[in-house]
Design a protein around this ligand. Structure first.
Ligand code: TRP
Length: 350
């Protein structure tokens, strides 16, 4: 069994434990602010965070802004992406009075945890990390020191607040494994401070992009939550389909058609096969029309709330100021505890 299958098989038991004791869990999860959040994010993670929040699990959402510059040499779009993500979080139902939304660049003590953590891993372990390898290959450039060590930074993101539950995508599982290793080694060496966090994966199907590949900001095949209805229609119209009149769900042979069917099905809460049946022999034009309506209907309330929030320029900065403040209090206290355990607490307040 691979680690994804293994993690997935633990989910029913985890759900039971969460339902029995939501206060026993602290969720830390988040993403790199590299562009606009899209439908894939919504179904894959945002909806899940809102669900956990509703169950009463304390939730932290990190916008990992320093992680953007691991593999690119500009921070030009970070600020816009951060603002846009906060608006989407709020519109989707994350409540900033219970959920802490913050950026790791604004939390110095979190970043300082990286120093003792780096001492607990070897260069060979860092070089073996499959995501580091994949991202290095994808970037087509020399491995930066920050890219090589970002899984350790991610461990600091999680452990600064003693997060014990981390909802992540499949590709992030090695980082959670490394976070557990770092927690264990720290505790063994200096005494018990950190939990060994558990990964959580959803069984939401991976949403295909408009071309049938995984929906991704970098493939240009995504439907952003913040698009207008017209932009949505345009993006869907541009999808490469085929001339066959009868619409069928066949991801291998008809990736474009099937991507649209999956998108429409998720938005309508049904299956791609059912949507295909509904369209029958009315071809791609009909499929595109139906998918556009499904997406625009599904996102209408989200977009309405988002526009309202956006009309008040103070909303985003207020949320981030509050979240960063709360994260700093927690990070300062964890760092003081770490220094104490390392016998470096000489300057801590008594
Ligand atoms: N690496 C994650 C991603 O690319 C983003 C991330 C940064 C994260 N820090 C985290 C996710 C801590 C979960 C927990 O999507």
């Amino acid at each position: 069994m691979d680690s994804f299958a293994a993690t997935r098989s633990r989910m029913p038991d985890l759900e039971d434990r969460i339902a029995a004791d939501p206060g026993g869990f602290r969720v830390l999860t988040g993403e790199r602010p590299t562009g606009k959040l899209h439908l894939g994010y919504y179904f894959g993670t945002i909806r899940e965070r809102v669900r956990l929040q509703a169950l009463g699990v304390e939730t932290f959402v990190i916008l990992a802004d320093y992680q953007v510059i691991t593999d690119r040499d500009t921070s030009a779009h970070v600020a816009d992406s951060v603002r846009s993500a906060v608006l989407d979080y709020l519109a989707a139902g994350l409540d900033p009075t219970t959920t802490t939304i913050f950026t790791h660049s604004a939390v110095p003590a979190l970043n300082q945890l990286m120093l003792p953590f780096l001492s607990l891993v070897t260069e060979a372990e860092l070089r073996r990390n499959p995501t580091v390898k994949a991202e290095r290959a994808a970037s087509g450039r020399a491995l930066s020191g920050l890219l090589l060590t970002y899984p350790v930074h991610q461990a600091a993101d999680i452990l600064f607040c003693k997060g014990n539950l981390v909802p992540v995508g499949k590709d992030n599982l090695p980082h959670i494994e490394l976070t557990r290793t770092i927690a264990r080694r720290f505790n063994d060496r200096y005494g018990q401070v950190f939990p060994e966090p558990e990964a959580m994966v959803t069984d939401a199907p991976e949403i295909p992009g408009l071309d049938g590949r995984k929906m991704s900001k970098s493939y240009g095949n995504a439907i952003a939550l913040s698009m207008t209805t017209d932009e949505t229609a345009d993006a869907i119209r541009r999808t490469r389909t085929d001339g066959e009149r009868v619409i069928t769900y066949d991801p291998e042979r008809r990736p474009g058609v099937s991507g649209l069917l999956s998108t429409a099905a998720l938005c309508r809460g049904t299956t791609p096969e059912q949507i295909a049946q509904q369209i029958g022999d009315r071809g791609s034009v009909m499929l595109k029309q139906l998918t556009t309506d499904a997406v625009n209907d599904f996102l209408a309330a989200h977009r309405r709330r988002r526009a309202e929030l956006e009309s008040d320029p103070a909303v985003v900065s207020d949320v981030l100021r509050g979240g960063n403040e709360r994260a700093n209090v927690i990070a300062d206290s964890t760092l003081a505890e770490v220094r104490d355990h390392m016998d470096m607490g000489y300057a801590n307040a008594r």
